[in-house]
Ligand binder design. Structure first.
Ligand code: 4AD
Ligand code: MG
Length: 476
């Protein structure tokens, strides 16, 4: 019977013939193959009888080779595994030259593995990360579907440049050298493919709002693109964003939704990826033990995940946060790169991390930010200077969610657009929502890779997406 490694490891069909296929992780003492087929972090041990196996065949059992095995499932004699396969026949499906194969059974640096991103998923760490990523993605769809949301596919090419969330990547079929020009020297996009300037989307929100105002509860989960030149461990030029948008929901409802959603998907992974999470937990503990004492986290990965699932997020207004920061030790001792002097300052990641990691020591939702540091579409509060914005801040990550209650009043929105010198004609369809059946509504965006980072304990965002796109890097 053809079986996956994960099923074989749980099987008790001893003395039966089984067939399986996979890749050799290691081959020890001309006898023990550790075989992995991607179905589990765990390998199955396949025991070869070297006396009856051709020497030329034994030589071809090398790390990375693809093999098909037929044998008898037995209770394992050795420690560390419950079952093994006594090999009857082994067929080499694809050789792997050990002189050339980059992924040897030893510790490789993440930098080296990034250069070999096409092969790195064959390591324990990346296998575990990518299985968890897949399970998280499923949990996202499961959560929203079970809670009455419809999945909405936002366009990836967009003609609207009004979000202001970041620099955009232009989409064109024109040759940059021969592009037709207007009289003032600027490029004339009227002869381009779409007859206008188009870009890759930075967010599906504005389009999602149109669907929320008809279907009630919708969410997008798709790729988004930002041409920011920020080379950090938390930024990608291409990343996946989850954006729910809900009619008749205010900011408090939005905060409740974000918290419940995050807890739910983490719980799903804790319940369904036990082996991978256990592996990643040990990996992180090992990595932490190489750091100086003061930099070490006082919680293991599993403890952190359970902590987030079991505790309330702390909700704090921007104004309260500024007070805390202004009076904080690092601010008084001038340890912040960007000192906090007055209300209105934009919060940098050093401030967010201080609030989460040092002050509150739990996930924090900051809300009611100054209007002028947030996007035009956020609902203006009665005070006339703050907007109904919220950011969810996570330990080790910083901002994981950004969202808001949207401005549903046509006149207020128009004034805002004018003040920011945004061309109203570009947003005609967005403004239509405020003309026809406008209503309170809210939503947020969660960076999927930042969620995967938190869940897996990986410190660099480049290591939680299969093929990272960052400044100066689009290999593969
Ligand atoms: O805070 P942002 O810019 O919010 C929006 O785009 C809103 N339109 C969302 C909405 O209300 N529907 O981005 C949302 C989240 C951030 O909190 C962060 O987790 C992630 O997207 N993010 C990035 N992740 C990876 N690389 C980048 N360059 C990111 N920029 C934002
Ligand atoms: Mg944001």
């Amino acid at each position: 019977m053809q079986m996956n490694v994960v099923d074989l490891l749980q099987s008790d069909k001893f003395s039966q013939e089984v067939h399986t296929k996979g890749w050799v992780r290691t081959f020890r003492a001309n006898r023990f193959i550790a075989l992995n087929d991607g179905s589990s972090i765990n390998n199955i041990q396949c025991v070869v009888d070297f006396e009856t196996t051709d020497e030329s065949l034994l030589k071809r059992i090398t790390t990375g080779a693809a093999v098909a095995i037929k044998g008898i499932l037995t209770e394992s004699q050795g420690k560390g595994q419950a079952v093994e396969i006594q090999v009857q026949t082994i067929e080499i499906l694809g050789d792997s030259n050990p002189e050339e194969y980059p992924i040897q059974p030893k510790k490789h640096s993440f930098e080296f593995l990034r250069e070999n991103a096409h092969l790195r998923v064959r390591t324990n760490t990346f296998g575990a990360v990518m299985r968890v990523r897949s399970m998280l993605s499923f949990a996202v769809h499961k959560y929203f579907t079970e809670n009455g949301f419809y999945n909405f596919h936002a366009p990836i090419i967009t003609g609207s440049d009004a979000e202001g969330a970041g620099e955009m990547f232009r989409v064109t079929t024109m040759d940059a050298n021969t592009a037709p020009k207007n009289e003032d020297g600027t490029v004339d996009y009227s002869s381009d493919f779409f007859g206008k300037e188009t870009n890759l989307t930075v967010s599906g929100q504005l389009e999602a709002e149109t669907y929320a105002m008809a279907l009630g509860k919708v969410y997008t989960f798709g790729p988004t693109f930002r041409a920011e030149n920020s080379n950090t461990t938390r930024h990608l030029a291409e990343f996946w964003m989850i954006e729910p948008e809900v009619a008749f929901m205010d900011l408090n409802g939005n905060m409740d939704l974000a918290e419940d959603f995050i807890k739910s998907v983490l719980r799903h992974v804790l319940d369904n990826c036990k082996d991978d999470i256990a592996f990643l937990d040990q990996r992180l503990t090992k990595e932490e033990s190489t750091k100086p004492m003061i930099e070490r986290s006082d919680m293991s990965l599993l403890e952190k995940l359970n902590f987030v699932v079991e505790n309330d997020f702390k909700r704090v207004s921007y104004t309260e946060a500024i007070d805390i920061l202004r009076n904080s030790k690092p601010n008084k001792k001038k340890k912040f790169k960007f000192p906090i002097n007055e209300w209105g300052a934009d919060l940098q990641s050093e401030h967010e991390r201080y609030l989460v990691e040092k002050h509150f020591k739990c996930p924090v939702i900051l809300f009611d930010y100054p209007a002028n540091i947030k996007a035009f579409y956020m609902r203006l509060n009665e005070d006339g200077k703050t907007v109904r914005a919220m950011d969810v801040l996570f330990p080790g990550i910083g901002e994981i969610v950004g969202g808001s209650q949207r401005e549903e009043r046509l006149d207020v929105l128009k004034d805002k657009i004018k003040a920011l010198h945004i061309d109203e004609r570009e947003l005609w369809w967005y403004l239509d929502l405020r003309k026809f059946g406008t209503a309170e509504h809210s939503g947020f965006g969660l960076g999927f890779e930042r969620l995967v980072q938190f869940t897996t304990g990986m410190s660099n965002i480049r290591d939680v997406i299969p093929f990272p796109r960052t400044p100066q890097n689009a290999e593969f």
